[in-house]
Design a protein around this ligand. Structure first.
Ligand code: FAD
Length: 447
C-alpha cells in the first residue's frame, strides 16, 4: 500500500464516503480512513430522516430494500401543550443507517477509492504552512503517516483534524456550547404501532427538551425512533433521563422493547465561516453544515462532501492547493446551503430564548404558519407580510414585546441571508466579512 494520494478523506460517514466517491470518479487517487472496522461503517446515532430533495439534487438513487425503513409524507410539529400542531408536507425517507452507509462506502470503493479501516486519525501533518497529510494509528501497525495533496476532514462532530490545526489556520478547536445539542435516542418496537407511520412527530417543550426538541419518528415495521436533543449549555439535563422521565411514559410506549440505544452531539449552528485552509477542507459535522433549526445533517453532509471533492479535484488538476484555490468551496457551499442555514440560525437562537407560553401563543395565532415552515424547508425566507397584517390586531391582544422581537428577528434573518449571499469571492476580503457576520450574530443573541 502506498501512503501518498491525491486526496485523503478522514471519516467514512456520509460526508466522507460522498467525498471519496466524487474524488475517485474525477480520476483522483483517493484514500479514505475510518476508525471503525469496515463492517461497522455506516453505524451512527441518528433519527435517520432525510428529505427526498437531497437525493434529487445529488443524483443519488433513492434508498430501497434493506436501506429503507419508511417513506415519509411530512412532519407534524406539536406545541408545548400538544394541543396545537402544524403539519408540514414534504416527501422523505427514514433510512436504515448502516446499510445506507455501506452503500455509500461501496459506491466510493467501486469508483476506485481505497479504504483503510480500523485507522484512527490523530491530527494533521503541517509543513511550510500546508496540510500535507495526516498522522494516524492502526492496531498491530502503530503510528503511520499518510500524505495527500488535499485532505478532507469528514470526521464528524469531534473534527479530529480541524481541532488539532495550528492557531494560524483560524479554526475553532471547539464549538460554543450554545451552538450544539446533546442527543439521545432509542429505536423501540411498539406493541400497538404508530398512529401516523408515515409522519415524523416533533415536540417543542422546555420540559421535554430544553433548547432542543423531542421526536418520535417512524422506523418501519411498527417501530419508532424516539429521542431528544437538549442545548449543550453548562448544567444541561441528561437527555436520556428526560426521555425516561417523560416521553417513555406515554401510552404508545407501554410494553415497548428497546432495539438500539445511544447518544451523540448535534451541531446546530450556521456553517463555520471558513471551511478551508492550505491543503485542507472540512465537510459535514466537522464544518457544522447541519440545518441549525432541526439538526438534520445527512443531506447537508452529502452535499458538503461532494462539493469539497469537486473543488479539491479542480485545485489538484491546476497544481495549486492553497487556501486561495480551495476558497471556491466556501463560496459554493454558502451559495447552495450556507446562506439559508445562517438565516435559520438566527431563528434558532430566537426560538431557544422563547418560553413555552410564548411558543404556544405564537403557534395558536399562526404568527409563523404551516406554509411559512414549508417554505423554509424548501430554502425560502419567511415573509413579513402576514405578520405586518397581524401586528395591529395583536398589539390589542397585549403581547407587543413578543411581536416586536419576532419582527426584529425576521428582519435580522433577512440581513444575515444577504450578508452570506455576499460571501467574499476570495480570502483577502474575508476578515471584514467575518467581523460583520460576528456582529450580526451578536445582535441575534440580544434580541
Ligand atoms: C441523535 C441524533 C439524531 C439525528 N437525527 C438526524 C436526522 O433524523 N436526520 C438527519 O439528516 N440528521 C440527523 N442527525 C445528524 C446527522 O447524523 C449528522 O449530521 C451526519 O451524520 C453527519 O455526517 P458526517 O459524515 O459529517 O459525520 P459522521 O456521520 O459522524 O461520520 C464521521 C465518521 O468519521 C469517523 N471518525 C471519527 N473520528 C475519526 C478519527 N479520529 N479517525 C478516523 N475516523 C474517524 C467515524 O467513525 C464516522 O464513521 C442526527 C444526529 C444525532 C446525534
Amino acid at each position: 500500500m502506498t501512503n501518498r494520494y491525491d486526496l485523503l478523506v478522514v471519516g467514512a460517514g456520509v460526508a466522507g464516503c460522498m467525498a471519496a466517491r466524487v474524488g475517485a470518479e474525477r480520476g483522483l487517487s483517493v484514500c479514505i480512513i475510518d476508525v471503525k472496522p469496515r463492517d461497522r461503517i455506516g453505524e451512527k446515532v441518528c433519527a435517520d430522516a432525510i428529505g427526498k430533495h437531497h437525493f434529487d439534487r445529488l443524483g443519488l438513487a433513492y434508498p430501497k430494500g434493506e436501506e429503507l425503513k419508511a417513506r415519509i409524507r411530512g412532519v407534524r410539529v406539536f406545541s408545548p401543550s400538544r394541543r396545537i400542531s402544524y403539519f408540514v408536507e414534504g416527501e422523505g425517507f427514514i433510512v436504515n443507517r448502516k446499510p445506507f452507509g455501506q452503500r455509500l462506502l461501496k459506491e466510493a470503493l467501486d469508483a476506485g477509492a481505497e479504504l483503510l479501516d480500523k485507522t484512527k486519525a490523530l491530527g494533521p501533518i503541517v509543513k511550510d504552512g500546508f496540510v500535507v497529510g495526516v498522522e494516524a494509528k492502526r492496531p498491530q501497525v502503530g503510528k503511520l503517516e499518510i500524505y495527500a495533496e488535499v485532505t478532507i476532514d469528514a470526521s464528524g462532530f469531534l473534527a479530529t483534524i480541524r481541532s488539532n490545526m495550528p492557531p494560524e489556520a483560524g479554526f475553532p478547536s471547539w464549538i460554543d456550547r450554545r451552538d450544539y445539542c446533546v442527543g439521545y435516542r432509542e429505536v423501540r418496537e411498539l406493541e400497538g404501532g404508530l398512529e401516523e407511520p408515515d409522519v415524523c412527530h416533533i415536540y417543542l417543550s422546555s420540559i421535554l427538551a430544553p433548547g432542543g426538541y423531542a421526536w418520535v419518528f417512524p422506523a418501519g415495521e411498527g417501530r419508532a425512533n424516539v429521542g431528544l436533543g437538549v442545548q449543550a449549555v453548562e448544567g444541561h439535563p441528561n437527555p436520556r433521563a428526560l426521555l425516561y422521565e417523560h416521553l417513555l411514559s406515554w401510552p404508545m410506549f407501554k410494553g415497548s422493547r428497546v432495539l438500539e440505544a445511544g447518544g451523540w452531539f448535534i451541531p446546530t449552528r450556521r456553517p463555520l465561516e471558513n471551511m478551508a485552509w492550505n491543503g485542507l477542507l472540512l465537510a459535514g459535522d466537522a464544518a457544522c453544515q447541519a440545518n441549525p433549526l432541526h439538526g438534520g445533517g445527512i443531506g447537508q453532509s452529502l452535499l458538503g462532501g461532494s462539493l469539497a471533492a469537486e473543488v479539491a479535484s479542480d485545485a489538484i488538476e491546476a497544481g495549486d492547493v492553497s487556501l486561495k484555490a480551495l476558497w471556491a468551496y466556501n463560496v459554493q457551499f454558502m451559495r447552495l446551503m450556507g446562506a439559508r442555514n445562517a438565516e435559520l440560525d438566527v431563528f434558532r437562537i430566537f426560538l431557544q430564548r422563547l418560553t413555552d407560553d410564548e411558543i404556544e401563543y405564537g403557534m395558536s395565532k399562526k404568527l409563523i404558519g404551516e406554509e411559512d415552515l414549508a417554505r423554509v424547508s424548501e430554502g425560502e425566507s419567511i415573509s413579513l407580510s402576514a405578520l405586518d397584517k397581524l401586528s395591529r390586531a395583536l398589539r390589542a391582544l397585549g403581547r407587543p414585546g413578543f411581536l416586536r422581537r419576532l419582527s426584529r428577528t425576521l428582519k435580522l434573518m433577512k440581513a444575515v441571508r444577504q450578508h452570506y449571499e455576499a460571501y467574499p469571492a476570495s480570502p483577502d476580503r474575508f476578515k471584514s466579512w467575518e467581523e460583520k457576520a460576528r456582529a450580526l450574530f451578536e445582535e441575534a443573541r440580544k434580541l
